[in-house]
Ligand binder design. Structure first.
Ligand code: C2E
Ligand code: MG
Ligand code: MG
Length: 329
């Protein structure tokens, strides 16, 4: 009976009107998934998450202008990708609690940095929002409260939503995005170019910036590459929106994007996502990141890098600290 039930569960998760024959692997997968779900519920109750912050830089200078906040969950000593657990949190109806926490925490941390380090002139903190979270009735109010409580200017918060998520319920989503923009919060279209579906009516969507997906950045250096990056930049100029390129890993990619007129970028070349303490050290140092870093104040950057290494303790910190690229030695 239990095995038949397992097969039915499996068939349902793979779509409607289909059948699945039970096997032992299937049982193991269902057991693992249930265990993951239970751990996720517990983690949400005990607030067992961390936010890491990836610098967003101005390409011409390498200066950090803001951060993308990315959630992290460590389960049994291993980091679980948000790409795995965020969709599960959505399915289980837990995304509201999780998303609200990320919003509040990211807004407070960023407002605190702005107050303490005005010289850094940080101007944006982005928060990823999933489709189900966006269309919750309370979403706009949750955003407004998070902004007010943190003492943040609404325009400093940018909500990142993927094209695919927008297409899940375009009418409703566009309405929410308009309300957010009326309040002053900006809207970024994440992973842009991977969904295509919204291209046709992009001009009707209330969007302030397009984030070029890292798959296109990776293809920039191929000899017969498609002209997608140029197309996105041209589209952005027509729509009068900004562009942030994601996933820059090499100096050549950064230079090519700059040559094509892209203004902002993020990626491992400049910095991996950093723990709050490490991101704060970047803000405090207020120096260029990535390839432009070696032009100025090498000594200061060197001492900051040493300090960062001393801060590393847990696996996320170790990874972020080891890979943090303040300057090229
Ligand atoms: P995303 O919003 O497109 O985030 C960018 C992802 O690319 C992040 O993965 C980041 O760590 C990674 N990345 C950044 N630079 C580079 C690079 O140079 N090379 C490579 N290979 N990767 C790079 P992460 O943190 O695992 O997040 C994956 C996705 O999970 C995010 O994609 C976003 O869609 C979702 N996500 C993350 N945090 C949240 C959150 O708080 N709420 C929601 N709803 N979704 C989130
Ligand atoms: Mg994002
Ligand atoms: Mg993205």
């Amino acid at each position: 009976m239990r095995d038949a039930d397992t097969a039915m569960y499996h068939a349902k998760t793979r779509g409607k009107a289909r059948h699945e024959v039970f096997d032992a692997d299937m049982h193991a997968r269902v057991r693992d998934r249930l265990s993951l779900e239970n751990d996720l519920r517990r983690a949400i109750i005990s607030n067992d998450f961390e936010i890491v912050y990836q610098p967003i830089v101005r390409l011409t200078t390498g200066m950090c202008v803001g951060f993308e906040s990315l959630i992290r969950w460590t389960r049994n000593g291993e980091t679980v990708s948000p790409a795995t657990f965020v969709p599960i949190a959505e399915e289980l109806g837990l995304i509201d609690a999780l998303g609200t926490w990320v919003l509040q925490e990211a807004c407070c941390t960023f407002a605190d940095w702005q107050r303490r380090f005005p010289a850094a002139r940080l101007d944006c903190i982005t928060v990823n929002v999933s489709s189900r979270q966006l269309i919750q009735q309370t979403f706009v109010r949750v955003v407004q409260q998070a902004v007010h409580r943190a003492g943040l200017k609404p325009a400093d918060l940018r909500v990142e939503i993927t094209e695919t998520a927008l297409m899940d319920s375009p009418g409703e989503a566009a309405g929410v995005l308009r309300e957010l923009r009326d309040f002053g919060v900006k809207v970024y279209l994440d992973d842009f170019g991977t969904g295509y579906s919204s291209l046709s009516h992009l001009h009707k969507l209330p969007v302030d910036a397009l984030k070029i997906d890292r798959s296109f950045v990776a293809s920039l250096l191929l000899p017969d590459r498609p002209a997608i990056v140029e197309s996105i930049l041209a589209l952005a100029r027509t729509l009068n929106t900004s562009v942030v390129a994601e996933g820059i890993e090499s100096d050549v990619q950064a230079r090519e994007l700059e040559r094509l007129g892209c203004t902002h970028a993020q990626g491992f070349l400049f910095s991996r996502p950093l723990t709050t303490a490490l991101a704060e050290a970047v803000v405090m140092a207020n120096q260029p990141l990535g390839p432009k870093a070696d032009k100025r104040n090498r000594d200061l950057l060197y001492s900051e890098r040493l300090k960062l290494q001393q801060l590393d303790v847990d696996p996320v910190r170790q990874e972020a600290g080891a890979a943090s690229r303040f300057a090229r030695a």
